[in-house]
Design a protein around this ligand. Sequence first.
Ligand code: UDP
Ligand code: MG
Length: 325
Amino acid sequence: MKLSLVVPCYNEAENVAAFQQAVIDAFAGCGYDYEIVFVDDGSRDATLFNLKKLFAVQSCPVKVVSFSRNFGKEAGLYAGLQHASGEYISLIDADLQQRPEIVRDMVKLLDEHAEYDVVAAYQDRRNEGKVLSFFKKSFYSIINKMSTVKLRSDASDFRTFRRSVAESILHLGEYHRFSKGIFSWVGYETCFIPYTACQRLAGQTKWNFTKLLNYAIEGIIGYSTAPLRLATYLGGITAVAAVAYLVAEIIKTLVYGIEVPGYASLIVLILFFAAIQLICIGIIGEYVGRIFEQSKHRPIYIAKEVLDYQSKAEQAPEMDDLNKK
Ligand code: UDP
Ligand code: MG
């Protein structure tokens, strides 16, 4: 198998068939074989049902991995990589924002340039608000300063790479996954190509500001221990400030005598130090929480069903059965 397209799907019922058709059209006459590995990430709509239909018809080789619940896109990518058998593996979304024709170009690049292991697409134009853009830029400048991995701000998960890269990624069994960091961490020679994201075919994006913020925190905590040092610095700075304040108070008392009022400044100080302590405990907590999660050694996902065209005879749901449902 030359190419595996790994496609995480969460509530993409209206997109999966069109996606498959777009792939078939894009790869018609390409001269090599390919498979699509759909991962249904616990969708609540008819995604799985539609994927089973595609599996039953097999217009092109299709595998379907379906999760027992929503585990998130990162888990979907991991499962897809585990089930992909291609020499090249491509990560692509189900909503046709990323055109399969670009994957063809990526494959060509890998074929022609043995020195590259990864071809990653970055968005040359982004259709997003100024506020979101500002937060994204700030996130990348923070993480690039704090962490040893360097991330490109405009790069996406849309990429095609060689088997060796996929195997390296699968070796990283961390529970909290941040794929941009993972790609950067495993290294390999990467060629960046520009692309313009199309409009989503149907349905809605699963990302909102809170989810993006959590994802950004995931990235910073997962790839840097700098926030812990920040806690230490914060502690140090406030300690120095406290000593300076103490000295100032002593001098004031010596010069002007004891002043009874001081309630407001006392409250402000208590609140200030309590806040700093809570921030530091929070930062430490983020790391401890992750150690706790990881120490449980839970699987990254649970697949309730895996449909593989290579052993289709045993598992194929008949078209009639599907239509009856
Ligand atoms: N996705 C997923 N699990 C999730 C959220 C998203 O598998 O919990 C999939 C989704 O179906 C799509 C891809 O990840 O194929 C990208 O999601 P989306 O289009 O919502 O993100 P955007 O393109 O807006 O960044
Ligand atoms: Mg999308």
